[in-house]
Design a protein around this ligand. Structure first.
Ligand code: ADP
Length: 674
């Protein structure tokens, strides 16, 4: 329940709105009981058509008054006897008699109090209410129904008010929660994204937040309004006979036990359902993302089966939730009917036998009449409706809680690389970048980098070569602090990156990766991404440097052409050139180029190399490449193998001295010949 309650903290901002909804709920509940009490006058009118209400009330008041007088006489007699007894010599008999008299006096006093209250209400009704009531029975009946309709209409207004206020609180809370969640997620480390997976996070953003919203709506809506209705009816029923009402309430603890059990099962079932939905998101994401591969390998059938299996499993899990949800209603209704029957049978016995006691216990002050019993029955039956509605509340709260657990477990993940806004400011890089004793592992026990030492001077262009998976990308990922070393440090101009302000650091870095990331926006917006206040001229200049200008000009709307989802309307080489232009526009001090021309044709590649030679002058650059012709413009080549730097030097030196480089060189040469 902890996480569910935590989501309420987000709702706290809207407490006044919520308060107003509670006021609406209270008024609606009061009107609910008031509307139901219309049964009594209607029954009176129908059962005793020969009497007017005024006469009826007068008769009742007379009867009560007579009863009051009789009891007052008895009280007086008891008091007189008490005085006499007090004067008698003290002995055991006197004490016993005194005790009896005290008990009897208290009882009669209570009774007198009740009678005078009854007289008061009848007189009040006569003065204020019946004065406006027509004496004609049919007209009176019409008036009662007219009042009933008005009451129901006003109640409807309050119910509408409550629902719409609660709806607005819940939706605003979800708005804040989604934004807080997004803020936290985008600040997670790159490594942390791989852990739950993008599909899992998306599912938590959409499906789980919906389930939580439903839970919150139930908590702020039904959990408030239905008990209030119950309370209003219990109160009204107690006014008729609290003893019979109590008889009705004996089954409440049993209902609570049943609901708790079902609720627990519901929480488990909901959690499984939400997890299954995440895996459906995963399948959708993989299939849609890799649609070309699916088609080329003709695995549509396989994907269809996979999806079918997942949705079938989802169906079974959803049905379990439906069954649990559907089970609570009838069970609670059965208990409710049982409870109402117990109370009404007891009441009916009292009416038929004209008795006030049941098994020696006083149930009412006066023998009940039929309209009163019907009124009691109506009140108790009316309690059953909120109870039935409440029965599904617990299950909805439990699914909300399961969703809250999943959302908050993601929200609680702290990025290990913080923004470090209070850290050292990192001036423009001018000196050297140093990797000192860097060790790193994604999974404990499987080291990716072991004691990497490398110093790169400002202005140098360094090429990293080595077999796939030897750790080149991971090593360069330490520069923008996508990861921090497990051991050792990375320094820029002598400042440990962990101590520097992250914003200062990332501002100096330009990154072009093999997997080009473009947004579904215009070419201009994609190049200017992350740069504020840039003009079209700046964008064009950067595009020219990346040899992208010519092809952009040929696009239907030039720089305003939308590139499609993930740059779908562009070729691989065009996408890479846009990404390069984007990095160039930032005017970075440090450039990381990871297989950045892998999808360019040889002609564009050599043009880009030419441009980069000029652009990279005065900047420190790291180039990851498998193409040895890219190495032409590198000042030094770093050869990596199994997470270690095995050699550093110029092409010719390495060909002569480094066996790992020789192997790469030979492989490249053979590929070229082939
Ligand atoms: P390179 O760039 O040299 O091809 P990488 O640095 O990308 O190599 O990867 C080095 C090793 O780390 C690989 O064996 C790869 O499987 C592993 N690896 C890369 N990213 C992750 C990740 N997010 N989680 C776990 N292992 C990873």
């Amino acid at each position: 329940m902890r996480n569910f309650l935590r989501s309420l903290k987000f709702a706290y901002t809207y407490r006044w709105r919520f308060g107003a909804s509670v006021v609406c709920a209270i008024l609606a509940a009061a009107l609910w009981a008031m509307n139901l009490s219309a049964i009594y006058p209607v029954m009176q009118l129908l059962f005793r058509p020969e009497q007017t209400w005024v006469v009826q009330l007068d008769e009742e008041i007379d009867k009560l008054q007579k009863d009051y007088d009789e009891n007052a006489l008895v009280l007086e007699a008891h008091r007189a006897e008490m005085t006499r007894t007090a004067a008698a010599p003290a002995n055991l008999d006197r004490e016993r008699r005194e005790r009896q008299l005290i008990g009897a006096v208290a009882q009669i006093e209570g009774k007198l109090h009740r009678i005078s209250r009854n007289i008061y209400w009848r007189q009040w009704a006569k003065c204020f209410f019946l004065r406006f009531m027509p004496t004609d029975h049919f007209r009176a009946l019409l008036t009662v129904f007219g009042l009933l309709v008005v009451g129901v209409a006003i109640r409807g207004v309050f119910e509408f008010g409550q629902e719409s206020l609660v709806g607005s609180v819940v939706n605003r809370t979800l708005f804040d929660l989604r934004n807080a969640f997004f803020r936290r997620v985008v600040h997670l480390d790159v490594g942390q994204f791989g852990d739950p997976g993008a599909h899992e996070l998306m599912s938590r953003f959409t499906n789980d937040t919906e389930a939580l919203g439903l839970g919150l709506k139930t908590l702020m809506g039904r959990v408030i309004s239905e008990p209030l209705k119950m309370f209003a009816c219990v109160f009204a029923a107690c006014m008729i006979s609290w003893q019979l009402t109590l008889l009705f309430l004996v089954l409440v603890p049993l209902a609570i036990v049943v609901l708790t059990r079902v609720g627990r099962m519901m929480k488990r079932a909901s959690r499984r359902l939400l997890e299954r939905m995440s895996s459906i998101y995963k399948i959708l994401h993989e299939t849609f993302h890799g649609i070309k591969v699916v088609k080329a390998f003709q695995t549509e059938g396989h994907e269809r089966m996979r999806f079918r299996e997942a949705t079938r499993d989802y169906y079974h899990k959803a049905m379990r939730v439906v069954h649990l949800d559907a089970l609570t209603g009838p069970v609670i209704e059965l208990l409710g009917v049982g409870a109402v029957s117990v109370a009404v049978i007891a009441g009916a016995y009292l009416v038929l036998e004209k008795d006030t006691h049941l098994f020696g216990m006083r149930m009412t002050d006066y023998p009940m009449d039929m309209p009163t019993l019907l009124q009691l029955y109506a009140m108790l039956a009316a309690i059953a409706d909120p109870v039935r509605k409440l029965s599904s509340v617990y299950t909805k709260l439990q699914s909300g809680e399961a969703a809250a657990d999943r959302i908050f477990s993601a929200l609680d993940r702290m990025p290990s690389v913080g923004t470090n806004s209070g850290g050292l400011s990192l001036p423009r890089h001018t000196d050297a970048i140093e990797f000192r004793d860097v060790c790193f592992a994604y999974d404990p026990g499987r080291p990716i980098l072991s004691n990497v030492n490398l110093t790169v001077n400002h202005g140098e262009t360094v090429a990293l070569v080595g077999k796939n998976g030897c750790g080149k990308t991971t090593l360069l990922g330490m520069l923008p602090r996508f990861f921090d070393p497990d051991y050792g440090s990375v320094y820029i101009d002598g400042i440990d990156l962990r101590e520097a302000r992250l914003r200062d650091l990332r501002r100096q870095i330009g990154l072009v990766t093999q997997d080009t990331v473009l947004f579904d926006d215009s070419v201009h917006a994609n190049i200017a991404y992350g740069c504020k206040r840039v003009t079209r001229e700046d964008v064009e200049k950067a595009a020219k440097q990346a040899f992208a200008h010519d092809f952009i000009e040929k696009l239907p709307q030039g720089y305003d052409t939308c590139v499609g989802d993930g740059g779908a309307k562009l070729s691989g080489g065009q996408k890479q050139r846009l990404a390069l232009a984007r990095a160039i526009l930032r005017d970075p001090r440090i450039m990381i180029l990871d297989e950045f021309t892998s999808q360019c044709d040889p002609e564009s590649e050599s043009l880009i190399h030419q441009a980069l030679r000029t652009f990279l002058r005065g900047r420190t650059s790291f180039v990851i490449t498998h193409r040895l012709n890219t190495l032409e413009f590198a000042d030094r080549i770093v050869v990596m193998d199994k997470g270690k730097v095995v050699a550093v030097g110029k092409h010719q030196e390495l060909v002569e001295t480094c066996p790992a480089y020789q192997r790469l060189h030979e492989a490249h040469f053979q590929r070229k010949v082939a």
